[in-house]
Ligand binder design. Structure first.
Ligand SMILES: [Zn+2]
Ligand SMILES: [Zn+2]
Length: 360
Protein backbone atom coordinates (compact mmCIF):
# COMPACT_ATOMS: atom_id res chain seq x y z
CA UNK A 1 0.00 0.00 0.00
CA UNK A 2 1.40 3.39 -0.94
CA UNK A 3 1.84 5.57 2.07
CA UNK A 4 1.60 9.11 0.86
CA UNK A 5 -2.00 10.08 1.43
CA UNK A 6 -1.65 13.23 -0.63
CA UNK A 7 -0.44 11.24 -3.65
CA UNK A 8 -3.22 8.72 -3.19
CA UNK A 9 -5.79 11.48 -3.37
CA UNK A 10 -3.90 13.28 -6.14
CA UNK A 11 -3.62 16.56 -4.25
CA UNK A 12 -0.75 18.72 -3.07
CA UNK A 13 0.31 19.10 0.54
CA UNK A 14 -1.32 22.54 0.57
CA UNK A 15 -4.67 21.31 -0.70
CA UNK A 16 -7.71 22.87 0.96
CA UNK A 17 -10.28 20.65 2.70
CA UNK A 18 -12.58 21.41 -0.23
CA UNK A 19 -9.98 20.20 -2.78
CA UNK A 20 -9.44 17.04 -0.78
CA UNK A 21 -13.13 16.35 -0.56
CA UNK A 22 -13.67 16.88 -4.28
CA UNK A 23 -10.75 14.74 -5.27
CA UNK A 24 -11.88 12.01 -2.88
CA UNK A 25 -15.41 12.07 -4.31
CA UNK A 26 -14.09 11.68 -7.85
CA UNK A 27 -11.73 8.84 -6.99
CA UNK A 28 -14.12 6.98 -4.73
CA UNK A 29 -16.71 7.17 -7.45
CA UNK A 30 -14.29 5.76 -10.00
CA UNK A 31 -13.02 2.88 -7.86
CA UNK A 32 -16.18 2.03 -5.98
CA UNK A 33 -16.65 -1.78 -5.77
CA UNK A 34 -20.19 -1.51 -7.13
CA UNK A 35 -18.76 -0.09 -10.32
CA UNK A 36 -15.86 -2.54 -10.50
CA UNK A 37 -17.27 -5.89 -9.49
CA UNK A 38 -14.59 -8.52 -8.89
CA UNK A 39 -11.72 -6.12 -9.65
CA UNK A 40 -9.19 -6.63 -6.84
CA UNK A 41 -7.06 -3.67 -7.86
CA UNK A 42 -9.99 -1.31 -7.77
CA UNK A 43 -10.98 -2.66 -4.37
CA UNK A 44 -7.47 -2.11 -3.01
CA UNK A 45 -7.39 1.37 -4.51
CA UNK A 46 -10.79 2.14 -3.02
CA UNK A 47 -9.52 1.15 0.43
CA UNK A 48 -6.45 3.34 0.03
CA UNK A 49 -8.52 6.29 -1.03
CA UNK A 50 -10.80 5.91 1.97
CA UNK A 51 -7.91 5.52 4.39
CA UNK A 52 -6.22 8.61 2.99
CA UNK A 53 -9.43 10.60 3.14
CA UNK A 54 -10.11 9.63 6.75
CA UNK A 55 -6.82 11.15 7.73
CA UNK A 56 -6.65 14.17 5.48
CA UNK A 57 -10.27 15.12 6.05
CA UNK A 58 -9.73 15.37 9.81
CA UNK A 59 -7.86 18.51 10.81
CA UNK A 60 -6.15 16.88 13.80
CA UNK A 61 -5.27 13.65 12.05
CA UNK A 62 -3.97 15.58 9.06
CA UNK A 63 -1.76 17.72 11.31
CA UNK A 64 -0.44 14.59 13.01
CA UNK A 65 0.16 12.95 9.66
CA UNK A 66 2.02 16.02 8.40
CA UNK A 67 4.26 15.99 11.47
CA UNK A 68 4.78 12.30 12.06
CA UNK A 69 3.86 10.58 8.82
CA UNK A 70 1.96 7.34 8.63
CA UNK A 71 0.54 6.02 11.88
CA UNK A 72 -1.06 2.60 12.18
CA UNK A 73 -4.80 2.50 11.80
CA UNK A 74 -5.12 1.67 15.50
CA UNK A 75 -3.61 5.00 16.39
CA UNK A 76 -6.10 6.65 14.12
CA UNK A 77 -9.07 5.45 16.08
CA UNK A 78 -10.77 3.00 13.83
CA UNK A 79 -8.86 3.25 10.56
CA UNK A 80 -10.54 1.87 7.57
CA UNK A 81 -13.44 0.30 9.40
CA UNK A 82 -15.11 3.67 9.78
CA UNK A 83 -15.38 4.39 6.10
CA UNK A 84 -19.01 3.36 5.96
CA UNK A 85 -20.03 6.53 7.74
CA UNK A 86 -18.11 8.88 5.54
CA UNK A 87 -19.20 7.01 2.51
CA UNK A 88 -22.78 7.00 3.62
CA UNK A 89 -22.76 10.73 4.23
CA UNK A 90 -21.26 11.64 0.91
CA UNK A 91 -22.64 9.06 -1.43
CA UNK A 92 -25.88 7.78 -0.14
CA UNK A 93 -27.71 9.59 -2.88
CA UNK A 94 -25.29 8.69 -5.60
CA UNK A 95 -24.57 5.02 -5.00
CA UNK A 96 -27.68 3.10 -4.58
CA UNK A 97 -26.11 0.27 -6.50
CA UNK A 98 -27.75 -1.57 -9.34
CA UNK A 99 -30.56 -2.74 -7.12
CA UNK A 100 -32.13 0.67 -6.77
CA UNK A 101 -32.23 0.28 -3.01
CA UNK A 102 -30.54 2.18 -0.27
CA UNK A 103 -27.70 0.64 1.61
CA UNK A 104 -28.59 -1.38 4.63
CA UNK A 105 -27.43 0.49 7.70
CA UNK A 106 -26.69 -0.82 11.14
CA UNK A 107 -28.95 0.54 13.87
CA UNK A 108 -27.67 3.00 16.46
CA UNK A 109 -25.87 1.64 19.49
CA UNK A 110 -27.22 2.43 22.93
CA UNK A 111 -25.46 3.07 26.18
CA UNK A 112 -26.72 2.30 29.64
CA UNK A 113 -25.05 3.14 32.96
CA UNK A 114 -25.16 0.43 35.57
CA UNK A 115 -24.05 0.67 39.19
CA UNK A 116 -23.27 -2.57 41.00
CA UNK A 117 -22.40 -3.36 44.60
CA UNK A 118 -18.82 -4.15 45.56
CA UNK A 119 -19.75 -7.77 46.29
CA UNK A 120 -21.58 -8.13 42.99
CA UNK A 121 -18.47 -6.92 41.21
CA UNK A 122 -16.29 -9.24 43.28
CA UNK A 123 -18.26 -12.41 42.65
CA UNK A 124 -20.16 -11.60 39.47
CA UNK A 125 -23.91 -11.51 39.14
CA UNK A 126 -26.73 -11.26 36.69
CA UNK A 127 -28.63 -7.99 36.47
CA UNK A 128 -31.84 -7.15 34.73
CA UNK A 129 -31.90 -3.73 33.18
CA UNK A 130 -34.76 -1.94 31.51
CA UNK A 131 -33.89 -0.11 28.32
CA UNK A 132 -36.04 2.10 26.15
CA UNK A 133 -35.32 1.86 22.47
CA UNK A 134 -36.90 2.26 19.10
CA UNK A 135 -38.24 -0.74 17.24
CA UNK A 136 -39.97 -1.30 13.95
CA UNK A 137 -43.63 -0.29 14.22
CA UNK A 138 -45.84 -3.36 14.71
CA UNK A 139 -48.75 -1.96 12.72
CA UNK A 140 -46.86 -1.19 9.52
CA UNK A 141 -43.86 -3.50 10.01
CA UNK A 142 -41.62 -0.47 9.69
CA UNK A 143 -42.88 0.74 6.31
CA UNK A 144 -44.49 3.82 7.81
CA UNK A 145 -47.58 3.42 5.61
CA UNK A 146 -51.14 2.77 6.74
CA UNK A 147 -53.24 0.04 5.13
CA UNK A 148 -53.26 0.72 1.37
CA UNK A 149 -51.40 3.95 2.07
CA UNK A 150 -48.49 3.22 -0.18
CA UNK A 151 -48.05 3.67 -3.90
CA UNK A 152 -45.28 3.07 -6.40
CA UNK A 153 -43.05 6.12 -6.85
CA UNK A 154 -43.83 7.94 -10.14
CA UNK A 155 -40.36 9.35 -10.61
CA UNK A 156 -38.44 6.07 -10.54
CA UNK A 157 -41.24 3.65 -11.31
CA UNK A 158 -40.52 1.79 -8.08
CA UNK A 159 -36.90 1.06 -8.83
CA UNK A 160 -35.64 3.53 -6.23
CA UNK A 161 -33.06 4.92 -8.60
CA UNK A 162 -32.99 6.97 -11.76
CA UNK A 163 -30.36 6.78 -14.50
CA UNK A 164 -28.82 9.78 -16.18
CA UNK A 165 -25.95 10.27 -18.60
CA UNK A 166 -22.74 12.01 -17.76
CA UNK A 167 -20.38 12.01 -20.73
CA UNK A 168 -19.90 8.44 -21.85
CA UNK A 169 -21.28 6.99 -18.60
CA UNK A 170 -24.73 6.16 -17.57
CA UNK A 171 -24.97 6.83 -13.88
CA UNK A 172 -27.60 5.51 -11.55
CA UNK A 173 -28.69 7.91 -8.85
CA UNK A 174 -30.92 7.33 -5.86
CA UNK A 175 -34.43 8.63 -6.42
CA UNK A 176 -34.96 11.82 -4.48
CA UNK A 177 -38.75 11.57 -4.48
CA UNK A 178 -38.97 8.30 -2.61
CA UNK A 179 -35.55 8.32 -0.95
CA UNK A 180 -34.63 5.12 -2.74
CA UNK A 181 -37.40 2.97 -1.35
CA UNK A 182 -39.35 2.96 -4.63
CA UNK A 183 -42.54 3.74 -2.76
CA UNK A 184 -44.39 6.87 -1.75
CA UNK A 185 -46.45 6.97 1.41
CA UNK A 186 -49.83 8.49 0.63
CA UNK A 187 -51.45 7.64 3.95
CA UNK A 188 -49.08 7.32 6.89
CA UNK A 189 -49.49 4.68 9.56
CA UNK A 190 -51.48 6.02 12.51
CA UNK A 191 -49.40 4.35 15.18
CA UNK A 192 -46.02 5.71 14.14
CA UNK A 193 -47.15 8.71 12.05
CA UNK A 194 -45.12 7.45 9.12
CA UNK A 195 -41.79 7.06 10.83
CA UNK A 196 -41.98 3.25 10.79
CA UNK A 197 -40.67 3.20 14.34
CA UNK A 198 -42.15 3.05 17.78
CA UNK A 199 -40.64 2.96 21.25
CA UNK A 200 -40.43 -0.14 23.32
CA UNK A 201 -39.17 -0.98 26.77
CA UNK A 202 -37.21 -4.13 27.05
CA UNK A 203 -35.74 -5.96 30.00
CA UNK A 204 -32.29 -7.23 29.18
CA UNK A 205 -30.26 -9.62 31.32
CA UNK A 206 -26.68 -8.59 31.79
CA UNK A 207 -24.05 -11.00 33.03
CA UNK A 208 -21.63 -9.13 35.26
CA UNK A 209 -18.35 -11.04 35.28
CA UNK A 210 -16.56 -11.46 38.61
CA UNK A 211 -13.75 -8.95 39.05
CA UNK A 212 -15.29 -6.17 36.98
CA UNK A 213 -14.24 -2.68 37.99
CA UNK A 214 -15.54 0.84 37.54
CA UNK A 215 -15.07 2.19 34.05
CA UNK A 216 -15.32 -1.18 32.30
CA UNK A 217 -17.80 -1.46 29.50
CA UNK A 218 -19.78 -4.55 28.60
CA UNK A 219 -21.30 -4.99 25.19
CA UNK A 220 -24.42 -6.90 24.31
CA UNK A 221 -24.45 -7.42 20.58
CA UNK A 222 -27.67 -6.75 18.74
CA UNK A 223 -29.54 -5.10 21.63
CA UNK A 224 -29.28 -1.58 20.19
CA UNK A 225 -31.77 0.05 17.88
CA UNK A 226 -33.03 -1.69 14.74
CA UNK A 227 -31.14 -1.21 11.48
CA UNK A 228 -32.50 0.67 8.48
CA UNK A 229 -33.35 -1.04 5.18
CA UNK A 230 -32.77 -4.50 6.63
CA UNK A 231 -29.47 -3.59 8.27
CA UNK A 232 -28.39 -5.31 11.48
CA UNK A 233 -29.36 -3.84 14.85
CA UNK A 234 -26.88 -1.78 16.87
CA UNK A 235 -25.27 -2.93 20.10
CA UNK A 236 -25.98 -2.12 23.72
CA UNK A 237 -23.08 -0.86 25.78
CA UNK A 238 -23.21 -1.15 29.56
CA UNK A 239 -20.98 1.30 31.37
CA UNK A 240 -20.27 -0.20 34.77
CA UNK A 241 -19.51 1.61 38.00
CA UNK A 242 -18.87 -0.17 41.29
CA UNK A 243 -20.10 1.19 44.63
CA UNK A 244 -17.66 1.66 47.47
CA UNK A 245 -17.37 -0.94 50.19
CA UNK A 246 -17.54 0.10 53.88
CA UNK A 247 -14.14 -1.45 54.64
CA UNK A 248 -12.47 -2.73 51.49
CA UNK A 249 -10.61 -0.48 49.09
CA UNK A 250 -9.61 -1.72 45.72
CA UNK A 251 -6.19 -1.56 44.15
CA UNK A 252 -6.46 -3.35 40.82
CA UNK A 253 -7.27 -6.93 41.77
CA UNK A 254 -5.90 -6.50 45.29
CA UNK A 255 -8.03 -5.27 48.15
CA UNK A 256 -6.87 -3.34 51.16
CA UNK A 257 -8.56 -3.04 54.55
CA UNK A 258 -7.65 -1.40 57.83
CA UNK A 259 -7.60 -3.59 60.92
CA UNK A 260 -7.68 -2.03 64.35
CA UNK A 261 -5.95 -3.68 67.30
CA UNK A 262 -5.25 -2.55 70.86
CA UNK A 263 -1.77 -1.57 72.03
CA UNK A 264 -1.58 -4.70 74.19
CA UNK A 265 -2.46 -6.94 71.24
CA UNK A 266 0.26 -5.18 69.26
CA UNK A 267 2.78 -5.63 72.07
CA UNK A 268 1.93 -9.16 73.14
CA UNK A 269 0.72 -10.60 69.83
CA UNK A 270 -2.63 -12.27 69.20
CA UNK A 271 -4.67 -14.28 66.79
CA UNK A 272 -7.53 -12.27 65.26
CA UNK A 273 -10.46 -12.78 62.88
CA UNK A 274 -9.97 -10.53 59.86
CA UNK A 275 -12.86 -9.79 57.51
CA UNK A 276 -12.35 -11.09 53.97
CA UNK A 277 -14.67 -10.86 50.96
CA UNK A 278 -16.59 -13.91 52.20
CA UNK A 279 -16.68 -14.11 55.98
CA UNK A 280 -13.52 -13.91 58.06
CA UNK A 281 -10.18 -15.64 58.32
CA UNK A 282 -7.77 -16.21 61.22
CA UNK A 283 -4.66 -14.07 61.14
CA UNK A 284 -1.68 -14.03 63.53
CA UNK A 285 -0.58 -10.69 64.90
CA UNK A 286 3.03 -11.23 65.96
CA UNK A 287 4.23 -9.70 69.24
CA UNK A 288 5.73 -6.27 68.57
CA UNK A 289 3.55 -5.42 65.57
CA UNK A 290 3.84 -1.74 64.68
CA UNK A 291 1.09 0.63 63.51
CA UNK A 292 1.11 0.92 59.71
CA UNK A 293 2.46 -2.60 59.23
CA UNK A 294 0.63 -4.56 56.54
CA UNK A 295 0.02 -8.27 56.32
CA UNK A 296 -0.74 -10.03 53.08
CA UNK A 297 -3.44 -12.66 52.73
CA UNK A 298 -2.52 -14.44 49.54
CA UNK A 299 -5.31 -15.07 47.01
CA UNK A 300 -7.95 -13.32 49.11
CA UNK A 301 -8.30 -10.47 46.61
CA UNK A 302 -10.45 -10.20 43.52
CA UNK A 303 -10.44 -12.43 40.50
CA UNK A 304 -8.91 -10.92 37.37
CA UNK A 305 -11.77 -10.44 34.94
CA UNK A 306 -9.66 -11.64 32.00
CA UNK A 307 -7.14 -14.15 33.29
CA UNK A 308 -9.08 -15.51 36.27
CA UNK A 309 -6.02 -15.18 38.53
CA UNK A 310 -6.59 -14.03 42.09
CA UNK A 311 -5.35 -10.85 43.73
CA UNK A 312 -4.34 -10.57 47.39
CA UNK A 313 -5.78 -8.87 50.42
CA UNK A 314 -3.61 -6.46 52.39
CA UNK A 315 -4.39 -5.85 56.03
CA UNK A 316 -3.18 -2.49 57.28
CA UNK A 317 -2.69 -2.46 61.05
CA UNK A 318 -3.85 0.50 63.09
CA UNK A 319 -3.02 0.48 66.79
CA UNK A 320 -5.54 2.03 69.13
CA UNK A 321 -4.32 3.70 72.32
CA UNK A 322 -6.80 3.47 75.23
CA UNK A 323 -8.62 6.75 75.82
CA UNK A 324 -10.17 5.92 79.19
CA UNK A 325 -8.23 4.08 81.90
CA UNK A 326 -9.27 3.24 85.47
CA UNK A 327 -7.03 4.24 88.33
CA UNK A 328 -5.94 0.65 88.72
CA UNK A 329 -5.04 0.36 85.03
CA UNK A 330 -3.08 3.61 85.16
CA UNK A 331 -1.11 2.28 88.10
CA UNK A 332 -0.37 -0.92 86.25
CA UNK A 333 0.89 1.10 83.27
CA UNK A 334 3.01 3.34 85.48
CA UNK A 335 4.54 0.29 87.04
CA UNK A 336 5.27 -1.01 83.54
CA UNK A 337 6.76 2.34 82.51
CA UNK A 338 9.09 2.21 85.53
CA UNK A 339 10.47 -1.08 84.36
CA UNK A 340 10.79 0.04 80.77
CA UNK A 341 13.38 2.36 79.27
CA UNK A 342 11.74 3.59 76.06
CA UNK A 343 15.02 5.18 74.92
CA UNK A 344 16.38 1.65 74.65
CA UNK A 345 13.54 0.51 72.41
CA UNK A 346 15.46 -0.22 69.13
CA UNK A 347 13.19 1.78 66.78
CA UNK A 348 13.16 4.77 69.14
CA UNK A 349 16.89 4.58 69.79
CA UNK A 350 17.58 4.54 66.04
CA UNK A 351 15.33 7.54 65.50
CA UNK A 352 16.96 9.65 68.21
CA UNK A 353 20.40 8.77 66.92
CA UNK A 354 19.29 10.12 63.57
CA UNK A 355 17.97 13.44 64.90
CA UNK A 356 20.93 13.89 67.23
CA UNK A 357 22.99 14.68 64.12
CA UNK A 358 20.46 17.20 62.84
CA UNK A 359 19.57 19.13 65.99
CA UNK A 360 22.56 21.04 67.36
ZN1 LIG B 1 -38.64 6.99 -6.50
ZN1 LIG C 1 -46.32 2.31 11.75
Amino acid sequence: MANNYYEILGVTKNASPEDIKNSYKKLAFKYHPDRNPGDKNAEEKFKEINEAYQVLNDRNKRARYDSFGHISSDGMGGGFSGFGDIFGDLFDDVFTGGTGRRRARQGASLQHDLEVDFDEAAFGTQKEIKIRKRKLCDDCSGSGAGVGGESICDRCGGRGSVAFSQGPFSISQGCSSCGGSGKIITNPCNSCRGSGLSYTEKVVSVNIPAGISSGMRLVIRGEGEPGAQGGPPGDLYIQVSVKEHPIFRRDGNDIVCDFLISFTQAALGDEVDVPILKGTTKMKIPAGTQPGQTFRLRGKGLVDVESGSLGDQYVLIKVVIPQKLTRKQKEALKEFAGSYNERKEPLIEKYFNKIKNLVR
